[in-house]
Design a protein around this ligand. Sequence first.
Ligand SMILES: NC(=O)c1ccc[n+]([C@@H]2O[C@H](COP(=O)([O-])OP(=O)(O)OC[C@H]3O[C@@H](n4cnc5c(N)ncnc54)[C@H](O)[C@@H]3O)[C@@H](O)[C@H]2O)c1
Length: 329
Amino acid sequence: MSTALTSRTALRASGRYVCQQCRAFSLSQRTLAEAQAAEVKKLGVVGAGQMGLGIALVASRMAKVPVVVVDNSQKSLDKGLAFADKLLSKDVSKDRISQSDADATRSRLTPTTKMDDLGDVDMVIEAVPEIVDLKRSIFTQLAQVCPPHAVLATNTSSISITLLARATCPPDNATDLSAASRVISTHFMNPVPVQKGVEIISALQTSPTTLATALAFCRAMGKIPSVSADSPGFLANRILMPYINEAIICLETGVGDEESIDGIMKNGTNVPMGPLQLADFIGLDTCLSIMEVLHGQLGDSKYRPAVRLRLMVQAGWLGKKSGRGFYKY
Ligand SMILES: NC(=O)c1ccc[n+]([C@@H]2O[C@H](COP(=O)([O-])OP(=O)(O)OC[C@H]3O[C@@H](n4cnc5c(N)ncnc54)[C@H](O)[C@@H]3O)[C@@H](O)[C@H]2O)c1
């Protein structure tokens, strides 16, 4: 055994061992304390699905910034904005917001199908489906179309932020961090207008200013950020997805039916919905992608996606958004 290994083992035993990644993480926290946040006066959001639209709406309403919402599907944009109108009307009817504030919030949202319309934003948040190649190509485009100071954030649930940052570097020069240092994750929780938590994850390339700006903007949106390291699943999904996956394994192996599984967790652990209903709500395709990342990158069989989860995605039963998942909608 090498001396380094022996001394590491001794340090671990004494409780004084700190892994290098965690050490780098805590050092970055110290640097952060000295970094200045930049002001975000205009936001871009890419992807007007359930997450992107929620992020755009909360940014407009709480941070009061204009938001350019880009989606490559006009149908998704129309659906997303109709949903925003519905949420705002509901808030007005319940006296949570005045009609004039609702109108001002709505007027700050500008839908478009053109990425080029992001040419004057100070920050952009990407929320397209959880597909590595798609996200990488979006980040390559963002580095080209956004201004050279703009923070380039992702809402990914599980993909490495470092990998997405790499997609912004010139193909032959991974040390050119002019765009990569501005890449970060702002991982909002679903539904964005309701959940206070947001996970902030830096890539290896992220600068302290980018981290400070992302934290300040999320706070301006009324959110409570938690900072975590760039590790598969980060914090929220590293903990949540194996819980959902285990519930699906209980279903497929006949330990309990949908009602019993959701019932015991809802009534026994005081959560607002059980794991199967929550999976439907998140989207079963998203749940499967995250389990595949955990399984592939951590290599532990405890993260193997449930067979039933994969079958349901193959059937196109993706949960609430497709009208059928573990339940019918
Ligand atoms: N659903 C959740 O509970 C949840 C929670 C946290 C994070 N996330 C993450 O947020 C991201 C988005 O998830 P979602 O549930 O909102 O997905 P979604 O399927 O509801 O929305 C994705 C949107 O992206 C659009 N899109 C696809 N390709 C595009 C492109 N090339 N350019 C522009 N727009 C494009 C689609 O038309 C769609 O409107 C994913 O990375 C997901 O993992 C999801």
